[in-house]
Design a protein around this ligand. Structure first.
Ligand code: PLP
Length: 443
């Protein structure tokens, strides 16, 4: 009898007892290849001794000091590291403990920026459909995931949602990448004009969409066009790279592949790599200068921000990523993984798309490829694939159904950057078998 409120109280869970490299091991000694890094978290795999040493050394030296009194060496060093690896201007860091907190913080920083500059009428946020920004009330309001929002709707702040960039399903047949990007930029422009630009604070988007739609990349030029619209209307441009950042897509920041720099950037999962619960918002000079030159105080804070042990763990993770060339490894192994998936599943009658960047890859499934008919969402094909893969020793991250305008079920793979080609090969073998078995169940 468990006293924990688990995600799904009716489904018994195995107990994870050990992590070793790319594998988790349960209480019965079963090994699972961590093909999704949990939820795109475990970028270094499990049980990395150097990270463990760094965490233990920090606890022995200084476990906690409240940030209203002190800063700490690991927090300062981690901030220096992030800034050094970021474009000029993105030079300030605010530490948090989760991705949702990072999103909430970014939305509040944007709002305060406007107030400090004498535009207190700016409060609205604009976000995109087919997006997930977290489960706290502000972050949930920004997300476009109807399934997660529905129950809490009366509690959620009023956020305007515009279309995400999802070319596979929503680019018109006659539209070029450029034309599609222009149409979406026009949609954002119209949403800002209709709301009244003097009321709009921020626009937030995932650079590569993760949980809700499965490694969906925008068409080239899209983010530049959206940034221009935001700049024209004085709207703060926030990118949420909680899932896609810090090497996951084959560049340190996912936005490097889009030719834009955000005003505010949300980071989390790959920051601590699962060794510590830590997140961050990186802020551009212009945001921090407005606050520093105005009231001088950001009206925000949590008890555990800049936690020395969390920062020491994350610093070790980021140093290892840099020292071992793991961003490049994510890019190279990501191409290999996509090739394997295409080779094995490219001709599959139910596989509609194989997509992604770096070690952030997804497979989308439909009932009928030609007519693009999806499986009945009630069948929960993606959840069945997760279950069958789990029974075969593979962790993958499922999502989809027709809710939220995400057409088709998908499975996301986000393995550790330290994985090997052989491990990826056998993960793809298991995934192919699991997709086959799950489809057989619903036929
Ligand atoms: N933003 C994105 C893009 C995410 O994928 C997630 C979590 O999956 C979050 C925010 C929320 O992060 P957390 O679960 O750490 O609160």
């Amino acid at each position: 009898m468990t006293h924990i409120i688990h995600r799904n109280p009716r489904t018994p869970l195995a107990t994870a007892v050990r992590g070793l490299g790319s594998y988790l091991i349960d209480h019965e000694g079963r090994r699972y290849y961590d093909g999704s890094g949990g939820a795109a978290v475990s970028c270094l795999g499990h049980g990395h001794p150097e990270v463990a040493d760094a965490v233990i050394a920090q606890i022995r030296t200084l476990e906690y000091a409240h940030t209203s009194f002190f800063t700490s060496e690991p927090a300062e060093q981690l901030a220096d590291t992030l800034v050094r690896r970021s474009p000029p201007g993105l030079a300030h860091v605010y530490f948090l403990s989760s991705g949702s907190e990072a999103v909430e913080t970014a939305l509040k920083l944007a709002r305060q920026y406007h107030v400090e500059r004498g535009e207190p009428g700016r409060w609205r946020s604009i976000a995109r459909l087919q997006s997930y920004h977290g489960n706290t009330l502000g972050a949930l309001a920004a997300g476009g995931h109807q399934g997660r929002r529905r129950l809490y709707q009366p509690l959620l702040a009023d956020v305007t949602h515009v279309s995400a960039c999802f070319p596979l399903h929503y680019r018109r047949p006659e539209e070029s990448d450029d034309g599609y990007g222009d149409r979406l930029a026009h949609e954002l422009d119209t949403a800002i004009l209709e709301a009244g630009p003097e009321t709009v604070s921020a626009f937030i988007a995932e650079t590569v969409v993760g949980a809700t739609a499965g490694a969906v990349c925008a068409v080239p030029g899209y983010f530049r066009k959206l940034r221009e619209v935001c700049d024209r209307h004085g709207v703060v441009f926030i990118l949420d790279e909680v899932m896609s950042g810090l090497g996951r897509t084959g560049s340190y920041h996912a936005f490097e592949q889009e030719g834009v720099v955000p005003d505010l950037l949300c980071l989390a999962k790959g920051l601590g790599g699962g060794y510590q619960p830590i997140a961050a918002v990186m802020a551009h000079d212009r945001i921090v200068d407005a606050i520093a030159g105005g009231s001088g105080a950001f009206q925000h804070g949590h008890t555990y921000i800049g936690h020395p042990v969390a920062c020491a763990g994350a610093l070790a993770v980021q140093n290892i990523i840099e020292r071992d060339g793991l961003v490049q490894r994510s890019a190279t192994l990501g191409r290999y993984l996509q090739d394997c998936l295409r080779e094995r599943l490219g001709g599959h009658p139910h596989v509609n798309d194989i997509r992604g960047r770096g070690l952030f890859q997804a497979v989308e499934l439909v009932q009928d490829r030609e007519g693009n008919r999806v499986f009945d969402p009630g069948l929960q094909l993606h959840a069945r694939i997760k279950r069958t893969a789990l029974a075969r020793g593979l962790l993958c991250y499922p999502g989809g159904g027709t809710v939220d305008g995400v057409r088709g079920d998908h499975v996301l793979l986000a393995p550790p950057y330290t994985t090997t080609q052989e491990e990826l090969q056998s993960a793809v073998d298991i995934l192919v078998a699991s997709i086959g078995a799950a489809i057989a169940e619903v036929r």
